[in-house]
Write a new protein. Structure first.
Length: 126
């Protein structure tokens, strides 16, 4: 038992410098962009649509009324991760909101923010 613990500690000490020297992705190396961001629907169901160019793990859609977050929904399906076509939906009351689409790949985050208007008959971006 002591021998196994000693071997484990030795291997940990040997590989610690290798792990700590690995490069970390930064915003300068981020190649993910949101090329299109649209909405559809009405107050019964608002659809959020983002087209992402580059690698993506998921896209998060956040909707704010003033400074209060009123809706968060994430797209991480194969269409989003593989094709870059990310769609989600949610229910909102009629009004004016700020909506942010954030594409996430590892530590890289790319966002776009727009004004969303929701009526009983339609939803659109200003």
């Amino acid at each position: 038992m002591k021998r196994m613990l000693s071997i484990f500690m030795l291997l940990t000490l040997l590989f610690l410098p290798v792990v700590s020297a690995m490069p970390v992705a930064s915003a300068a190396t981020c190649s993910t962009t949101i090329t299109s961001f649209t909405v559809s629907g009405n107050a019964n169901r608002v659809g959020f649509h983002a087209v992402v160019n580059g690698p993506v793990d998921k896209v998060i859609f956040n909707v704010y009324s003033g400074t209060t977050k009123v809706l968060t929904t994430s797209a991480y399906c194969p269409h989003c991760r593989l094709d870059g076509i990310c769609n989600r939906s949610g229910v909102l009351k009629p009004g004016t909101y700020k909506v942010t689409a954030t594409a996430i790949t590892g530590t890289c985050k790319t966002s776009i923010t727009k004004t969303l208007v929701v009526t009983t008959t339609r939803a659109y971006l200003k």
